[in-house]
Design a binder for this molecule. Structure first.
Ligand SMILES: [Zn+2]
Length: 143
């Protein structure tokens, strides 16, 4: 598989089913979230957002178009700044995301485990500075 094919496959993974209708491409995302995802894929090769083994299993775990009715109205997913990550080593992935390494990679916020039992939500939104106590790690929030 060529590098180009690999990249295209990765980006398809984060697009919603109606990406063509709304003109959504990888350019619709915060470049930082694309860099984070690329870094995570190196460590957790089986990680996925919408496509598992080339088959779409989720619709709205990457970009959410106006057609999406699930999730928060002002979700980071709607501006291409969030991903819901799935993988077999989920707890290991979660620990990395909330670590200083995750913060250094660009992750700003991680949704609490209690709210996301079978995935890890990461985004690049600026946390509320009054609530974000330890800035060496991403802010863990409850939706
Ligand atoms: Zn999410």
């Amino acid at each position: 598989m060529s590098q180009t094919e690999l990249i295209v496959e990765n980006w398809m993974d984060i697009l919603p089913p109606d990406y063509k209708k709304y003109g959504i491409t990888s350019n619709s995302f915060d470049p930082v979230i694309l860099e984070i995802y690329t870094e995570i894929k190196k460590m957790f090769p089986d990680v996925y957002v919408n496509f598992r083994n080339g088959i779409r299993v989720n619709s709205w775990c990457g970009y959410r178009t106006p057609a999406c009715v699930i999730g928060a109205p002002r979700s980071a997913h709607k501006i291409g700044a969030a991903l819901d990550l799935h993988c077999d080593q989920l707890e290991k992935l979660r620990l990395w995301c909330v670590s200083p390494e995750g913060r250094e990679a660009g992750i700003m916020r991680v949704e609490a485990k209690e709210c996301t039992p079978s995935w890890v939500h990461i985004d690049t939104l600026e946390p509320n500075p009054r609530l974000w106590k330890d800035k060496t790690v991403p802010y863990v929030f409850f939706a």
